[in-house]
Design a protein around this ligand. Structure first.
Ligand SMILES: Nc1ncnc2c1ncn2[C@@H]1O[C@H](COP(=O)(O)OP(=O)(O)O)[C@@H](O)[C@H]1O
Ligand SMILES: [Mg+2]
Length: 362
């Protein structure tokens, strides 16, 4: 029998999407083939403490795993090839591949990927550059623009400028955008800090809210569209899944609608679009993936205008949700790749990319 790969699944993290990660990771852990992988479950608390957890996966989602976690150090030093527990620094746990099932800053933005690079351990998903550009909506939008990919009109406001002169910022925005307008922190996800603003008072509140999370704020034209998502899988030759449509249960697909809407937000797979429209979206999704030089996986999100049918690229998520109701695994399932096979493919892609990189001369 083939030797089992030692897979470290990372969950939690310091971002505002800590709880989402707990849900995603639980799904991954429950669906991965234990015949092929021996798992190390590594949780990162909100304060950034890393711990090995060897209890039941059911205790991850509610955070109670933390009381049984054993503090560990995951060194950047590549000669370790893994981690050790603080209680026994002489015993090194070797790791063959890492799956960081975490979302948001310090998790999906290239920072932790940088640690894996230094430690010289293969990992699932995008590398440092793709993760950081994918996370930063201001940067990714400007790259999409360079590639002539269609997107909503937007501008970037610095928090510092807004704080210095609120009135001028509000007037500037009103001069360029019609209400309602979307306000988002540049670096986040799961709709945290995002507002749909219908008037000046809400705009000011939206800017205040987004300012809590980032020094850069995105102002964006409202697109009255259907929300369509496409899953991408691959490295150099990525493939696109069938498309999914989301019908949010709230005014927009906010945090509550995403995770706690009691299933009232609907996912429709495949999305009811013409073959031609679907092909157009899949093609743009692959172009977006390549434009940021992504690898492994990404979920690319769109709006399709209700009246004109025009397609707008909204964003690219380098570590999409993996909860049992998440679009990414569902789209692959509908495209013929069941959840546990998807895990295998992601891990193979991680190893492939690592090997490709390590056959270069430096
Ligand atoms: N320009 C827009 N027009 C219409 N709805 C939008 C727009 N931007 C965001 N939204 C709504 O807000 C949600 C979250 O915005 P998004 O940019 O996807 O941020 P996040 O990274 O947090 O998912 C979207 O799924 C959509 O429902
Ligand atoms: Mg989104």
């Amino acid at each position: 029998m083939k030797k089992k790969l030692k897979l470290a699944i990372l969950f939690g993290g310091q971002s505002g999407e800590h709880e989402v990660s707990l849900m995603s990771a639980t799904s991954v852990i429950n669906n991965i083939d234990r015949e092929k992988y021996s798992l190390y479950l590594i949780g990162i608390t909100k304060s950034g403490k890393w711990m090995l957890y060897d209890g039941h996966p059911d205790n991850i989602e509610d955070g109670s795993w933390e009381k049984d976690g054993k503090p560990l150090i995951f060194p950047a030093d590549p000669t370790y090839g893994g981690f050790f527990l603080l209680s026994d620094p002489h015993k090194v746990y070797k790791v063959d591949v890492i799956f960081p099932v975490m979302h948001g800053p310090h998790a999906e933005d290239g920072t932790i990927q940088g640690l894996f690079e230094l430690a010289n351990i293969p990992y699932v998903g995008c590398d440092v550059v793709a993760s950081s550009t994918g996370m930063d909506k201001a940067i990714s939008k400007s790259i999409f623009q360079c590639h002539n990919l269609p997107q909503a009109k937007y501008s970037v406001v610095l928090k510092r400028d807004y704080i210095r002169d609120r009135e001028a910022t509000l007037l500037d925005i009103e001069a360029s955008f019609e209400y309602p307008v979307f306000i988002k922190p540049a670096n986040l996800g799961s709709s945290v800090g995002i507002s749909k603003c219908y008037d000046r008072e809400q705009l000011a509140r939206g800017l205040d809210e987004a300012s809590k999370y980032d020094r850069k704020i995105i102002v964006e034209e409202f697109i009255d569209g259907y929300e369509i998502e496409c899953a991408i899988l691959g490295n150099n030759h990525p493939k696109a899944s069938v498309l999914g449509k989301i019908i949010p249960c709230n005014d927009f697909y906010d945090y509550e609608a995403k995770y706690f809407g009691d299933g009232k937000s609907e996912l429709i797979i495949p999305a009811p679009l013409t073959e031609e429209k679907s092909e157009e979206i899949r093609r743009i999704a692959i172009e977006a993936f390549k434009s940021l030089d992504c690898s492994g996986l990404a979920r690319v999100d769109f709006f399709v205008h209700r009246k004109t049918g025009d397609v707008y690229l909204n964003e690219l998520n380098t570590m999409p949700g993996f909860t049992k109701i998440s679009m990414y695994p569902k789209l692959w399932e509908a495209s013929g790749i069941p959840y546990s096979e998807l895990m295998d493919e992601l891990i193979d892609l991680a190893l492939d990319r690592f090997n490709e990189k390590h056959h270069m001369e430096f």
